[in-house]
Design a protein around this ligand. Structure first.
Ligand SMILES: Cc1cc2nc3c(=O)[nH]c(=O)nc-3n(C[C@H](O)[C@H](O)[C@H](O)COP(=O)(O)OP(=O)(O)OC[C@H]3O[C@@H](n4cnc5c(N)ncnc54)[C@H](O)[C@@H]3O)c2cc1C
Length: 587
């Protein structure tokens, strides 16, 4: 079984060459010296991931969690210590505001580091993921007083954060939630039950800051009557010290298919006197506030898809180099299965998808940094539109392809893949949650079609297809691709344009939009990923000529891009067929 090694060379390449980190720092107002420390940051994070977080992945899966009668949760052996080292290393604070103890590094750099945590140990990585979302929601919506009291410890990681939307009868339909908030002097009393709360209770941090959606008395029905509250596990005194325990607890832990070491809690608020909570943002505007958190989490769940794909590929590669079986064409003796063309096909598919997903996801994360920059209004709006468009694509596409890559990796292992011992079974089990949480992929696709394509009259998708067309027409591309490959890419962009027009022309027909939404998302994912792969190829050629990347890396990237364009991009056509036939009612 392989251990995980962070792919720092590809990560560094995507950050520096594809995302153009130096330019991003200049334009968005980050310290330009970030570029010089990228390799050091990636190496150090890779060491923590490999030496401390990955070694407790399998043991955590087997050991799971314990909950006692008073609702206290004990994490698997080694989790607490690894988390402590993560906090001491300042890893949680990379991208946050220096005013509250953050390091002010671009989000895209922090995202590359987070990719490592999830590759190494998805259960563990979910704790920082949720905390980061809570920091975002508080930063953008809470009062100065709440920020002062809660942000520094959340940013340092000494306290962790959660997101509490779901209730038994309010999942996708979050507007149906029933948890109540009653105004008191200076705070609210929260009463209700939430389910599936990730890292809702645990022993890794000294406090847990829950962000809870609840309803005020006489609030309007549906999402318009939801408010957001900050509900700490332990109340925080004026001077920042910890006070009394709040009236909330974990009632039980879910018994899940995967992520066994991650506590998924049924949480009870206000069983006794009511849990003290503090309003974040305005009354009845909770869903907008929660969206700051959800949008961030959606991108990072997409990133988890990249992590799973990378990990699954590494695991398969290592196994295929060692497993001896059969005589491959062109060989005289039995040898490692990596010699077999069909095994090579699976490995090439896994590698090219993982690299494409990384390039696409980092590109979207870079948009987060651009939207935080001090840009002229028109440009800022454009970056906001691009971020809005890419977010459901990254969440949906990267988590769908993660299932494929995990499954292919298992396939490479043959019968041993189906046996827990190799570890690939855990990756497959852990990965299966990705298309479900943070809004199912069905909901992501409707967000893409409803809000992002129809909602802005097709402006953002038009901007994207136009940019891709201009890119495809660059003279340099014709020297890097065959005519067939280049034509194929251009056709795919035209098809995406046509698919968007079909959706826009049928905007009144909600059934049509719902029927084709998933295919639009997947089609957009394949094409946008191809665009990023071709950008990678172009940048790799320039970097190779400038001697800033090795010939091995250039050769590998060239092969991976070719495989993606020849074998993966064509999948867009089947999605396009579904979209085209839905228009004529031939479904
Ligand atoms: C391991 C795990 C961790 C989680 N962590 C958290 C957490 O930390 N915080 C939190 O608040 N929640 C969390 N969740 C909840 C998760 O976000 C929800 O499970 C998810 O949003 C789907 O809601 P649901 O389970 O009620 O499914 P449902 O809403 O019942 O959906 C079932 C199916 O119907 C489809 N569907 C439903 N409504 C529509 C619609 N309007 N249009 C089209 N299709 C629709 C869905 O796409 C899905 O395929 C977690 C869940 C799990 C399993």
């Amino acid at each position: 079984m392989s251990n995980y090694t962070a792919p720092v060379e590809d990560m560094g390449f995507v950050l520096k060459e594809v995302v153009e980190l130096e330019k991003l720092c200049k334009e968005a107002g980050f310290d330009a010296s970030t570029v010089d420390i990228v390799e050091t940051v990636l190496e150090a994070a890779g060491k923590l991931a490999k030496e401390e977080i990955e070694p407790i992945n399998k043991s955590g899966d087997i050991e799971g969690l314990k909950i006692n009668s008073s609702g206290k949760v004990t994490t698997a052996n080694g989790f607490k210590e690894a988390y402590q080292h993560y906090v001491e290393g300042g890893w949680g604070s990379l991208q946050f505001d220096t005013k509250y103890g953050g390091q002010g590094v671009p989000f895209v750099v922090a995202a590359s580091v987070q990719e490592m945590w999830h590759s190494a140990n998805m259960s563990w990585g979910l704790c920082p993921l949720l905390t980061q979302g809570a920091v975002e929601a508080i930063t953008h919506n809470a009062s100065e007083e709440l920020k002062r009291r809660y942000l520094p410890k959340l940013i340092s990681g000494e306290w962790s954060g959660t997101m509490n939307l779901t209730e038994a009868d309010a999942g996708t339909d979050v507007g149906a939630l029933k948890t109540k908030a009653t105004p008191e002097k200076g705070h609210y009393l929260i009463r209700g039950q939430k389910i599936y709360i990730t890292w809702g209770e645990h022993d890794m941090s000294e406090n847990i800051v829950h962000l809870v959606l609840a309803r005020l008395p006489d609030a309007p029905v549906g999402v318009k009557g939801i408010s957001l509250f900050l509900v700490p596990k332990i109340l925080v005194n004026e001077d920042g010290s910890l006070g009394e325990t709040n009236d909330l607890k974990a009632l039980s832990l879910e018994d899940k298919i995967g992520i066994h070491a991650c506590p998924t809690c049924v949480m009870s608020y206000g069983d006794k006197t009511g849990a003290k909570g503090y309003l974040v943002g305005e009354e009845n505007k909770g869903i907008q506030c929660m969206f700051t958190m959800m949008n961030n989490a959606r991108l990072t769940v997409g990133l988890q898809g990249v992590s799973i794909a990378e990990r699954a590929y590494q695991q398969a590669l290592s196994f295929c180099k060692e497993r001896v079986q059969g005589v491959a064409p062109g060989y005289k003796d039995a040898g490692p299965i990596i010699r077999h063309p069909d095994v090579q096909r699976m490995l090439a598919t896994m590698k090219s998808i993982a690299e494409a997903a990384r390039a696409l996801t980092y590109t979207a994360c870079a948009e987060v940094d651009m939207t935080a920059g001090d840009l002229p209004t028109g440009l800022l709006e454009k970056h906001n539109r691009r971020l809005g468009l890419l977010t459901p694509i990254v969440k949906g596409w990267c988590t769908e392809i993660a299932q494929e890559v995990a499954s292919l990796s298992l396939q490479c292992h043959g019968g041993m893949g189906y046996i827990e011992e190799t570890g690939i079974a855990q990756i497959v089990r852990d990965a299966r949650i990705l298309p479900i949480y943070e809004g199912t992929n069905g909901i992501q696709s409707m967000d893409l079609v409803g809000r992002k394509i129809i909602g802005d009259g097709g402006l953002s998708i038009k901007e994207l297809t136009l940019e891709m067309q201009e890119f495809a027409n660059q003279t340099m591309l014709s020297s890097l691709l065959s005519t067939v490959q280049l034509d194929h890419f251009k056709c795919s962009i035209n098809a995406l344009e046509e698919a968007s027009s079909l959706v826009l022309n049928n905007a009144e027909n909600k059934h049509h939009a719902g029927m084709v939404a998933f295919d639009i998302l997947m089609m957009a994912g394949y094409i946008a990923a191809a665009w990023q792969m071709l950008t990678s190829l172009k940048k790799a050629r320039i970097a190779f000529e400038n001697k800033t990347i090795s010939s091995d890396f250039f050769e590998s990237k060239t092969k991976t891009v070719a495989h993606f364009i020849d074998s993966i991009l064509p999948r867009y056509a089947s999605h396009f067929m579904v979209i085209s036939s839905a228009k004529t009612g031939v479904q």
